[in-house]
Design a protein around this ligand. Sequence first.
Ligand SMILES: [Zn+2]
Length: 200
Amino acid sequence: MDTVYHALKKDLLLTAKTAYEQKLMAGTSGNMSVFLPEKGHMIITPSSYSYEMMEEKDLVVIDLDGNRIEGIHNPSSEWRMHAKIYKDIPRIKAVVHTHSSYATSFAVVQKEIPVILIEMGPFLKGKVEVSPYAAQGSEEVGINAVPILMRKNACLLANHGAVTVGKSIAEAYVNSVYLEDSAKIYHMACAVGTPVVIGE
Ligand SMILES: [Zn+2]
């Protein structure tokens, strides 16, 4: 595979390890990918594989129908959600999916996170909405999230986790950091008083 793939894999691997170290993912949960529209390929993290052990060769290249182009592992079981997002929203070139604690706590109570911090505007594109529940690993997870991600860079998946998107893996990752930070601060603010919501 050419140098473009190599560079994207290097960034994806580094981002996956950083997200794990930052505790946005626990165990082997969560997954992330980048999309190469000109080839119709995505590079995605492998299914059930330790982030600490993960190397570039462990990443999987698949097309949007799930056919494996390169790699020794199965792609993340959530590849259908990633594929649906890339098929339907051309501006998106990277997807980060985590079960980060604070964001997921709002997903579990199916409660959106209003705009309480300035950063939520430019990074997340406003309040964070919750997409309806769908079984993990199904295409429905993506089908349900797409209407929100058409307008936003972040979405909560009911009783499951969080998804952030961007034009690059760096952008999708920083959005997941801001999502978790916003969720944490909103959670703490609710504990000490009534948060004041700022406009979209
Ligand atoms: Zn998940």
